[in-house]
Design a protein around this ligand. Structure first.
Ligand SMILES: *Cc1c(COP(=O)(O)O)cnc(C)c1O
Length: 367
């Protein structure tokens, strides 16, 4: 199905990625992190596939994302990893959504609404984002017990800030040991889930806790460009677009806004029907490349809102309507979101989350 700009998501690859990742973590339980519309892949479709793969809990960023899953029929546990206004305690409760306790202050305000919410308690071991301060294990102990009296506590967790960077492993070890210290204090409470690993943590460090929060690797991308994933884990997403026009450009002419590209010699230029409003980042101007008819073709000129130009001087048989691969692979080359992120000065995560709503998601291997 050829459109203007579209994404194909292979659900079978998602299933394989989960299975392959589970080998690393000795088949420990996984909470699938499907915030930001499953990192741009479409949360409800991905969740449905993951339920078939045996996943029993999901993590999202906010209440709207949680409700979207509930409304699409997901019955499994859903944890909101971030902030929900405490005035929505009743909505959380009625929809059986687990809320993260961000701080003691948050717990107290939530309690005032009088619902015995399901919660998980965040512990801050060095990220300085959310959570009870692990530098004060006794205070954490008291706080967790107070929270436990008023809520149904289904988990305690922390988040690692540099698990994707091997040369900073000492910092991760420090975070893990602070977390273990807090957990030791509250062992008697028999809190069901204790977790600290993201994708990178589960790969790089011996298991701590009984659950891994799996995000980026689920989608087949790397937590960091320098991490090697096994060949069996593959990107689930391919992003395609089409050539809308091909033309000859003479030496000395310029391409696009700001005339940032000047032709040094006569060349063949093609226009692609995707732009920064689709999430094809403007930072790829004069730096990115696409795959076309088995070749690589460099981006020339500035990315426009809905279109951009490529140099196809050395690509054979380029015609209007040809399919272009923005993310994905052909017989010889591959461009992943990690590669594109590196070119644009960001990370693969931002590339896939940034593919905008106007790009339709098409699912392969749905059964
Ligand atoms: C996003 C997120 C994750 C997943 O991280 P990945 O690097 O994508 O595996 C895990 N835990 C928390 C709290 C998160 O916010």
């Amino acid at each position: 199905m050829v459109q203007r700009s579209w994404v194909e998501i292979d659900l079978e690859i998602i299933a394989t990625n989960v299975f392959e990742y589970q080998k690393y973590i000795d088949f420990c339980d996984i909470m699938a992190i499907i915030k930001a519309d499953a990192y741009g892949h479409g949360a409800s479709r991905i969740a449905k596939k993951l339920v078939q793969c045996g996943i029993k809990s999901f993590g999202v960023s906010n209440l709207e994302e949680a409700l979207e899953l509930r409304n699409s029929g997901i019955k499994e546990s859903i944890l909101v990893l971030g902030y929900t206004p405490v005035s929505l305690a009743g909505v959380l409760y009625e929809n059986d959504i687990v809320q993260t306790v961000l701080s003691l202050e948050y717990a107290e305000e939530l309690k005032a609404h009088g619902f015995r919410n399901k919660v998980q308690i965040a512990i801050d071991t060095g990220m300085n984002r959310i959570g009870l301060d692990a530098n004060e294990p006794e205070l954490c102990d008291l706080a967790i017990r107070m929270i436990e009296k008023n809520f149904e506590v289904t988990g305690v967790f922390t988040h690692l800030s540099v698990a994707d960077t091997p040369k900073e492993s000492a910092y991760t070890e420090m975070q893990l040991s602070k977390f273990k210290e807090v957990i030791k204090h509250v062992e008697d409470l028999k809190i069901p889930y204790v977790h600290c690993m993201n994708s990178a943590g589960g790969i790089g460090f011996p298991m701590v806790g009984n659950l891994v929060r799996l995000g980026i690797v689920l989608y087949g991308l790397k937590p960091d460009i320098n991490i090697k994933l096994p060949e069996t884990i593959k990107p689930a997403m391919t992003w395609k677009s089409v050539i809308t026009m091909v033309k000859d450009v003479k030496a000395g002419e310029s391409i696009g806004y700001g005339r940032s590209y000047k032709a040094n010699e006569d060349m063949k230029v093609a226009t692609v029907s995707t732009g920064y409003a689709d999430g094809y980042m403007r930072n790829l101007s004069n730096k990115g490349y696409v795959l076309l008819n088995g070749r690589k073709a460099p981006v020339i000129g500035k990315i426009c809102m809905d279109q951009f130009m490529i140099d196809v001087t050395h690509v054979n048989d380029v015609k209007m309507g040809n399919e272009v691969i923005l993310l994905g692979k052909n017989a010889e080359y591959e461009i992943t979101a990690d590669d594109m992120g590196a070119i644009a000065g960001t990370i693969g995560y931002e590339v896939i989350c940034g593919i905008s709503k106007r790009v339709p998601r098409i699912y392969l291997n749905c059964e």
